[in-house]
Structures are given as C-alpha cells and as structure tokens.
Write a protein that binds this ligand. Structure first.
Ligand code: CP
Length: 308
C-alpha cells in the first residue's frame, strides 16, 4: 500500500490497519531525517498549511508547525482568541477566508466533537483533526502506538492499560481504536464515574483496581483528569483520586515486572503520576513528544500526496 485510504485524518475510527502501518513506515523515514544535522526535506515546497486552534495546546500545535516546516511547507497559524471569531465569524466563513489565500490543508483543534468531520463536508481542503473535544485525537494515538512499537518492537499482542478520566478523553478513544486495530489487548482503569457505559463494546475490559491493572499490563498510559470538561464532581477529592488511581514509584517497584509508562501530557505531577515516575527510566513521555514530529510529518506528507 503506497497511499492512505482516506483524504482527511478525522479520527482513527476511519483508518484501516494498513493506513497505520503506512504512517509508521513513513514516520520511520522522517525520524531518521529529523535526527540528521540538516533536519529538513523539500517534499512540500508547493503546499500551504493553516494550523487553526480554537483550544489551548503546547505539544500538538508546536509539533504540527515543526513537522510542516521540516517538510518545507508554507505555514500560517491562527489562534481563535486573537481572531475575528471573537466578532462572531462562523467556523465555515473563517476557514473559507483562510482557504481563499490558497491554503491546501487545515490542521484544526476545536472544543466541539465532530468539528473536523463537519468542516470536511463544507470546505475544499484536506482536514487534519488535532483534537475535537472529548471525541478523537488521532495523531496522539498514532504517536503513542509508534512509541510502543519503538520501545517493545510491536504493538500486536501487547497488554496496554489506559488509566484515568476515560469519559472525557479524546486520547483514550483514539488509543482504543488504534490499539485494537493493531491487535493489542486493552484495559481501561479509573473511577467508575469516569468510565463510559458500554465501553466493553469497543473490545476493552474495565479494571477498577489499579494494582491489578498494572500487574497485567506491559504499558500504562496515564491520563490527566480533564478538569476543563468536568461539569460536576466525579470523585470526592483529588487526594482520594490520587490514592486510588495515581501511580507512584513504590507501586511501580512492587510490581511483578517492569512496565512502560506513557502520558500524552500535560502532566499534573503528584495527581495521576508522581515526578519520580514521570522522570524515571521506565517513562517514555518525552520520546512520545519526539515521535510526534515524525508521525505528523508522515500524516501531512501522505495526505498532501493525495492532493498534488
Ligand atoms: N497531548 C496534547 O494534545 O497536548 P497539548 O494539549 O499540549 O497539545
């Protein structure tokens, strides 16, 4: 397979397993490129990309921008807070105005689930979902699986537990889709109030005992509580959440085997994960961030090759 089966990256749900393998093989090449002294290739000199962010971001925004620049694309950045959205301009009008400046691709983060899908039906450009509310964050899931593959050799057959606020997490949903597509075994662990009803229909198991979940897994992907999406209280206090679902060094050191620790960031140190775990040799958190650039280069390159 030499091209993606999709024209947009709206969610992992719309990808085939072969798409993921193609993205990984392409990212392997770009990872080698970004470790050279000259970290740039001329591949997308004829492509212009707009990064439009309606929600805060550190990793995803900078990683996309760097990926685009490493591919020699022209890049423009838009933050809703400083834009005419504040004067009442709609999403479609905003994007169509940007596209009239001869933009080929839009990378969008938006608080509304499905915003990228909606946009893809109304504008003429390739759309990349950089996180849509509590729905999907496909490039995060791709870079997470790529990091597991890099660390453990393969994703198929590995036991992965996703711990924390599963209910409000786009990272959890995209990871579940990506891991299951590649043949991993997936459990979710967290307070019952933060686990969606019927999540087993996605082929995952629920484990509410963190120690049991950690003893089962090869990889623990720790998620933060999405406080910005909590309208009510889902657990008594943060201290009690940490006692039941936070990972600390004592817990890790008392497991039957050494497991890999992941976190998509931003970390709330001392809540879902202690500093000595986040900064331990078992943690691949900064490798995830490094791999994000190669994965985003691969996604953009492969989508751009379909519009050339
Ligand atoms: N992981 C992630 O999406 O981080 P940002 O919100 O900083 O982009």
């Amino acid at each position: 397979m030499s091209e993606l089966s999709v024209n947009h990256l709206l969610g992992i749900k719309y990808l085939k397993e072969k798409d993921i393998q193609l993205i990984f093989e392409t990212a392997d090449h770009f990872k080698e490129v970004i470790n050279r002294s000259i970290k740039k290739v001329p591949s997308l000199r004829d492509i212009t990309i707009a990064n439009i962010f309606f929600e805060n971001s550190t990793r995803t925004k900078l990683s996309f921008e760097l990926a685009e620049k490493r591919l020699s694309a022209d890049v423009i950045n838009f933050s809703a807070g400083q834009s005419s959205v504040k004067k009442g301009e709609t999403l479609i009008d905003t994007v169509n105005n940007i596209l009239s400046m001869k933009v080929d691709m839009v990378v969008m983060r938006h608080p509304n689930p499905g915003a990228g899908i909606f946009l893809s039906k109304h504008v003429k450009a390739a759309i990349v979902n950089a996180g849509d509310g509590a729905h999907e964050h496909p490039t995060q899931a791709l870079l997470d699986s790529f990091s597991i593959r890099e660390k453990l050799g393969d994703v198929a057959g590995k036991n992965v537990v996703i711990v924390g606020d599963i209910l409000h997490s786009r990272v959890a949903l995209s990871n579940i889709f990506a891991l299951k597509l590649q043949g991993a075994n997936v459990k979710v662990c967290g307070p019952k109030t933060l686990i969606p009803k019927h999540i087993e229909s996605l082929g995952v198991e629920v484990e509410t005992n963190l120690k049991k979940a950690l003893n089962w897994c090869d990889v623990a992907n720790m998620l933060r509580i999405q406080n910005e999406r909590l309208d009510i209280s889902y657990f008594p206090t943060t201290r009690e959440y940490t006692q039941q679902f936070g990972v600390n060094k004592t817990l890790l050191d008392n497991l039957d085997k050494e497991i890999v620790i992941m976190h998509p960031g931003p970390i709330n140190r001392g809540v879902e994960i202690t500093s000595d775990v986040a900064d331990s040799k078992q943690s691949i958190i900064l490798n995830q961030v490094e791999n994000g650039v190669a994965i985003r280069m691969a996604v953009i390159y492969l989508l751009a090759s379909k519009i050339k």
